[in-house]
Design a protein around this ligand. Structure first.
Ligand SMILES: O=C(O)[C@H](O)[C@@H](O)[C@H](O)[C@H](O)CO
Ligand SMILES: [Mg+2]
Length: 395
């Protein structure tokens, strides 16, 4: 039995002046080691929760030491039983997600199989992606248009952006006009053959989200993401009843109990579960099965790094109800691509599914040793950690 001997949190920190977002400069990895020498890698969200995550991963390590890495369901049940607050804690599910991903990496390597072969096989050998992170420092419509053209020149057939500048909760008609002009400029720049995805980052109350959606509908976006504050279910119902724009959400839904509420009320058209926040590959696959029952396709969220990207692509490759995958790949700092040997390049808007055992990528452990810091060294400053840099129009 491949017995777990260590679950180690590792923070990588490498701030660069042109990072597309504050969280681009670091990553939280989990390295799982078994007694017989197996090593697996996981990753989870960082944003401003790095220290809390690292502490939880250390507790997780004490719980998982001595357990069988193959017991994916039993291991999660044990964590769920022990962490009283897991059902309501992003940090707990994120810490567990990274551990689960690393467990799958070990299991795949042990069995000599890429994870997609263990998740249901290779339904598709390449995965369509949409670009995010491509619009740093864009404020005026022409800035967005120029950068959108460049993104399409790189082969992307879908791109996501947040056109709403500094507005939060409310947006007035001037703000809506600015947003519509940015979306119009992008639509005119890329033409009708490219999908435009609107990110609202859960900023708005229902009234504002509805008015914003009305103004953007003429540009036929594929969806509007998190149009209202994530906890505002009634507002989302109102949004659904007042607009025709498709809704994407899911990056902030952390378990099956919350997810079913959205599916049974038909509140989501593209489900954006995050493998690094929902409970790893084990639970994210269940999310895709639940969505399939409601004819909802998956567009997994991933605003983090390459290990999470590799894990998610393994799931994208296998599930029947796949739509499109979020990708910051070309807009990360180079060191994040180097971490996996730049082995998942985007070609003509698609990523070929890696077929090596486990997550399918080799992790550059020398680079990890060079960039790792301990949690006392990292300083997380306040600020809008969720915005692409320089796009808030001056706030
Ligand atoms: O859809 C997305 O990629 C996310 O909303 C990102 O834009 C956020 O910045 C990130 O998730 C914050 O942690
Ligand atoms: Mg989002």
């Amino acid at each position: 039995m491949p017995e777990i001997s260590e679950v180690e949190p590792i923070i990588l920190y490498n701030p660069r002046p042109d990072d597309p977002a504050p969280w681009a400069s670091y990553m939280v990895l989990v390295r799982v080691v078994t007694k017989d020498g197996g090593v697996g890698w996981g990753e989870t969200l960082s944003s401003i929760r790095v220290n809390a995550l690292v502490q939880l991963i250390k507790v997780l390590s004490s719980v998982m030491r001595g357990r069988d890495v193959f017991n994916l369901e039993g291991n999660r049940l044990e964590w769920y039983r022990q962490d009283f607050n897991m059902p309501v804690s992003l940090e707990s599910t994120a810490a567990y997600s990274a551990f689960d991903i690393a467990s799958w990496d070990i299991i795949g390597r042990e069995l000599g199989a890429p994870v997609h072969r263990l998740l249901g096989g290779l339904t598709r050998d390449r995965v369509r992606v949409y670009a995010n992170g491509w619009y740093s420092n864009a404020v005026k419509p022409e800035d967005f248009a120029e950068k959108a053209k460049e993104t399409v020149r790189r082969g992307y057939t879908a791109l996501k952006f947040d056109p709403f500048g500094p507005y939060f909760d409310m947006i007035d008609s001037a703000g809506i006009k600015d947003a519509a002009e940015r979306v119009k400029a992008v639509r005119e720049a890329v033409g009708d053959g490219v999908d435009i995805l609107i990110e609202a980052h859960g900023r708005f109350n229902a009234e504002s989200a509805i008015r914003a959606a009305w103004a953007l509908e003429p540009y036929n976006p594929l969806f509007m993401e998190e149009p209202v504050h994530p906890e505002d279910i009634e507002g989302l119902i109102r949004f659904r009843n007042s607009t025709r724009i498709r809704v994407a959400l899911g990056e902030r839904i952390i378990n099956k109990g919350y997810l079913i509420q959205y599916l049974k009320l038909s509140l989501v058209d593209y489900l954006q579960t995050d493998v690094g926040r929902f409970g790893g590959l084990t639970e994210a696959r269940k999310a895709s099965i639940m969505a399939e029952a409601f004819s909802v396709p998956m567009a997994f969220h991933n605003a983090n790094g390459p290990i999470l990207h590799a894990a998610t692509i393994q799931l994208d490759a296998s599930i029947p109800n796949f739509a499109v995958q979020e990708s910051f790949y070309d807009y990360w700092p180079q060191w994040k691509r180097d971490l996996v040997g730049d082995s998942m390049p985007v070609e003509n808007g698609y990523v070929k599914v890696p077929t090596k055992p486990g997550l399918g990528v080799d992790v550059n452990e020398k680079l990890i040793e060079r960039l790792r810091i301990n949690e006392t060294e990292i300083t997380i400053k306040g600020g809008l950690s969720w915005i692409v840099k320089g796009t808030t129009g001056g706030s």
